[in-house]
Design a protein around this ligand. Structure first.
Ligand code: IMP
Ligand code: MG
Length: 168
């Protein structure tokens, strides 16, 4: 395993992100919506650096990558919190093609949210299929497959405290 982002750098970055969100949402009570499973570690660490009242909900999506046909995104668990007039921060572990986020932003807007911002731990440096830039982002990484800190390869490596590249 080659380490791409070490534990100390992650800790530092999460502190910065938490501070920014705390300032931006002063006087508000945002709802964090985490995308399971990947976002659970990032979200848990992030919100402990956010010093205002917040609420949580989670969505579960599965993505079937199409070779020829377009990808199909299935919403396995939808948001159950009443989002009418709420400020929502959608949190995922990585922004790759942008398909998942664009689908989920529509889902959240359809629930009547007042505002929707996006927050990702990682973002891949490449051309996205859907034009979307996160409002909050931890690190920009090259277009390589990474694991750890919530990210998996066939459900493995989510518990690594750093981000690594599997060498196999
Ligand atoms: P997209 O932005 O719609 O392509 O979806 C991003 C999703 O693809 C993430 O939630 C991950 O589950 C998965 N993914 C993309 N790149 C990686 C990676 O490098 N490692 C692990 N999972 C990844
Ligand atoms: Mg995922």
């Amino acid at each position: 395993m080659k380490i791409l982002i070490d534990q100390e750098s992650i800790k530092q970055k999460i502190k910065e992100l938490g501070k920014k969100i705390t300032e931006d949402y002063k006087g508000k009570k945002p709802v964090f919506v985490g995308v399971l499973k990947g976002a659970f570690i990032f979200l848990a660490d992030l919100v402990r650096e956010v010093k205002i009242d917040v609420e949580f909900d989670f969505v579960v999506v599965s993505l079937y990558r199409g070779e020829k046909n377009p990808d199909v995104i299935i919403l396995e668990r939808e948001v159950l919190t009443d989002l009418e007039a709420r400020d929502v921060i959608l949190v995922d572990e990585i922004l790759d093609t942008g398909r998942t986020f664009s689908f989920l932003i529509d889902h959240i807007k359809a629930k009547g949210a007042k505002s929707v911002k996006t927050c990702v731990f990682l973002k891949k440096k490449k051309k996205r299929r859907v034009e979307i830039e996160p409002d909050y982002c931890g690190f920009e990484i090259p277009d390589v497959f990474v694991v750890g800190y919530g990210l998996d390869y066939k459900e493995r490596y989510r518990n690594l405290p750093y981000v690594g590249i599997v060498d196999e």
